[in-house]
Design a protein around this ligand. Structure first.
Ligand code: AMP
Length: 286
C-alpha cells in the first residue's frame, strides 16, 4: 500500500527527505480529483518516465464547482484509488481535506484572465478561478519539477501553462493525449453517471469531432458549416444540449475561421444529466 499524506507540512517533510536522500531526486506531481481511471494512470506513467518520485494528489476541489453542479455527487472511492496507485507505482498519495487547503480566513484567488472566460468558462463562470487557485497552491505545496495534465481538459491545460509562466513557477508542464474507450469515448470519472442507453450514444461526440476535423483539414466545406451540421447530428443522436462546439487556435483559444496554425475543435454537450467534454486537434490547412 502506498503512503497517504493529508497535510501540507507532512507533504513538505516527505519531499524534503526525498530530495536530501536522493541528492538530485526529481519529483513529479499528478493532480487529480480521484475516481481514478486509465486516463489518470497514463498521466502517472508519463510522470514516472520524467521523475524519480511521483506524487498523485486527490482533491475534489469545492471552489471549482458552481452552485447546482455535482460536487456532492462526484464519485469518491479512496480505497479503489489506492489500489490503482499501487499498481501504477506512484510513490505517494496526497489527499488533503478541504480545511487543509482552505484554512480559516482564506481570501486569495488566482485568476487567469482571457483564457478563463472562454468556452468552459462562459458556461461555468467560477470554474477556472477555482482550478487556477488550487493548482497554484498544489504547485507551492509540492514544488514539483514536472506536473502532468491531460489534453482531455484542453482549456485547463492552457490555463495551467499560462499560470505557471506568469507566476514564474519553476515546474515544467507536461501534457498527455486523451485516453479513450475502444469506441472512442474519452475516459472520465463522470462517465459513471451515464445510463446504459446514454453510454451507447456518448461515443458520437468524439466521432463527430473527428469527422468535422477531417472535413476541415480536407477543406471539404467552410468550417462553420461543418460545425452547424455536426451540432444538428449530435442533437439527432440524442444530446440534449450543446454548450459549445467551436474551432479555436490551439494555443490562444482565439476564434478561428480557417486554421492557418494548429487549431483545436472543442465541445461540451449534455446527455441526460451528464455533461461531456472532448476536443481534437485540427491541422493547419494553409
Ligand atoms: P480529473 O480527476 O478529472 O480532474 O483529471 C485529473 C487529470 O487527469 C487532468 O489533468 C485531466 O485532464 C486528466 N485526465 C482526465 N481524463 C483523462 C483522459 N481520458 N485521458 C488523459 N487524461 C485525462
Amino acid at each position: 500500500m502506498i503512503e497517504t499524506i493529508r497535510t501540507v507540512a507532512a507533504l513538505r517533510a516527505r519531499i524534503a527527505a526525498w530530495r536530501q536522500a536522493g541528492g538530485a531526486s526529481t519529483v513529479a506531481l499528478v493532480p487529480t480529483m480521484g475516481a481514478l481511471h486509465r486516463g489518470h494512470l497514463a498521466l502517472i506513467a508519463a510522470a514516472r518516465a520524467q521523475a524519480q518520485r511521483v506524487v498523485v494528489s486527490i482533491f475534489v476541489n469545492p471552489t471549482q464547482f458552481g452552485p447546482g453542479e455535482d460536487f456532492t455527487a462526484y464519485p469518491r472511492n479512496e480505497a479503489a484509488d489506492l489500489q490503482a496507485l499501487a499498481t501504477a507505482q506512484a510513490d505517494l498519495l496526497y489527499a488533503p481535506e478541504p480545511g487543509e487547503i482552505y484554512g480559516e480566513g482564506f481570501a486569495t484567488t488566482v485568476s487567469v484572465a482571457g483564457l478563463s472566460a472562454e468556452l468552459e468558462g462562459a458556461v461555468r463562470p467560477y470554474h477556472f478561478a477555482g482550478v487556477a487557485t488550487v493548482v497554484a497552491k498544489l504547485f507551492n505545496q509540492t514544488r514539483p519539477d514536472v506536473a502532468v495534465f491531460g489534453e482531455k481538459d484542453y482549456q485547463q491545460l492552457l490555463i495551467v501553462r499560462r499560470l505557471a509562466a506568469d507566476l514564474d513557477i519553476a515546474t515544467r508542464i507536461l501534457a498527455v493525449p486523451t485516453l479513450r474507450e475502444s469506441d472512442g469515448l474519452a475516459l472520465s470519472s463522470r462517465n459513471v453517471y451515464l445510463t446504459p442507453h446514454e453510454r451507447q450514444i456518448a461515443p458520437a461526440l468524439y466521432a463527430t469531432l473527428g469527422e468535422v476535423a477531417a472535413g476541415i483539414e480536407a477543406s471539404r466545406e467552410i468550417p462553420a458549416k461543418l460545425i452547424d451540421q455536426a451540432k444538428r447530428s449530435l442533437r439527432q443522436a440524442g444530446f440534449a444540449g450543446i454548450d459549445y462546439l467551436e474551432l479555436r487556435d490551439g494555443e490562444t483559444l482565439a476564434a478561428v475561421e480557417h486554421p492557418n496554425r494548429p487549431a483545436r475543435l472543442l465541445a461540451a454537450a449534455r446527455l441526460g444529466k451528464t455533461r461531456l467534454i472532448d476536443n481534437v486537434a485540427v491541422a493547419a490547412t494553409r
